[in-house]
Write a protein that binds this ligand. Sequence first.
Ligand SMILES: NC(=O)C1=CN([C@@H]2O[C@H](COP(=O)(O)OP(=O)(O)OC[C@H]3O[C@@H](n4cnc5c(N)ncnc54)[C@H](O)[C@@H]3O)[C@@H](O)[C@H]2O)C=CC1
Ligand SMILES: O=C([O-])CC(=O)C(=O)O
Length: 358
Amino acid sequence: MQNHNGEAASQRIARISAHLNPHQLQMEGKSGLERAYCRAKGGSPGFKVAILGASGGIGQPLSMLMKMNPLVSVLHLYDVANTPGVTSDISHMDTGAVVRGFLGPQQLENALTGMDLVIIPAGVPRKPGMTRDDLFNINAGIVKTLCEGIAKCCPKAIVNIISNPVNSTVPIAAEVFKKAGTYDPKRLLGVTMLDVVRANTFVAEVLGLDPREVDVSVVGGHAGVTILPLLSQLKPPCSFTSEEAAYLTSRIQNGGTEVVEAKAGAGSATLSMAYAAVKFADACLRGLRGDADVIKCAFVPSVVTELPFFASKVRLGRNGIEEVYALGPMNEFERAGLEMAKKELAGSIEKGVSFATK
Ligand SMILES: NC(=O)C1=CN([C@@H]2O[C@H](COP(=O)(O)OP(=O)(O)OC[C@H]3O[C@@H](n4cnc5c(N)ncnc54)[C@H](O)[C@@H]3O)[C@@H](O)[C@H]2O)C=CC1
Ligand SMILES: O=C([O-])CC(=O)C(=O)O
């Protein structure tokens, strides 16, 4: 009996059994992959997304949530450990995206080829007492290698960098792409969405509002004092006492540390980060699709200050970043915060650039 694609029963069984063993499929190379992608024909057309570091604390819930995203037609899960299990598990979800797993450096190129969006949560997380910069020695090399793969296999992809320290890993990525001759500043974004998610939550708590009604712009970078919430620009407009502004700014700046301490050695934010990463990735995909007015904060190549990278609101479109918005009016407290943020950011950016160019 033939199915609606005109496929005979024997072909159907062969296709399904091949799909059940991702490794076998991988070994079979292109024809196996092509067969798996046939399944996408039944689903909606969409974008191809790779997650690098897909088996980790962020990677797993992020993979799950991206499998639920109707804009995704193909989802590649890459890690140096445990991707067969994560892929098998997630592939049973009855959503449209076809999921494929890739394990270890020899499969990185297949994981990346043809991707529209690459999300990178690969790398080690903090333990109590550490700063994000303490992760530099391990994560800088990981991000560099993964970006070399991107430059080679999907140079036009939008890249979302989650791996810390974001203030240095984004400049590293830029240098890798420059060296490879593929750099497009519109396509490189450091993910600072969790700072916005936290800011919305904490501000809503103070104001007694639903967090979904609150929109805080968070600029600067993604570590300590470089995280600068612009509470004076809050939507809906509200005023805070100086005590409230100081409390909220400090809580937003230390949100990551709050989670690291509560997890007491078992890592840093993973679930709220996966939520924030999907919110951001979805915005990038909506931009690629051509939706109007997709605006989010991100740490990007920038000319809004004298620094080469800075987080501010950006408009996302078919080419990635279509517009980087200026910081807008700030009060005295925020202007002082901006000076502190820029001072620390300059060193973190320089550290990333010199690592990648040495
Ligand atoms: N941008 C942000 O707002 C946030 C960033 N982070 C950062 O995200 C990163 C990941 O955090 P978690 O998922 O909690 O860590 P985790 O340790 O649970 O997972 C990391 C994953 O990366 C994989 N990995 C290591 N080296 C790799 C390589 N060369 N290629 C591919 N995969 C590799 C590991 O096998 C592991 O599965 C950390 O650097 C953390 O600091 C965490 C929270 C928020
Ligand atoms: O604090 C950390 O190490 C992880 C992170 O970036 C965050 O939760 O904002």
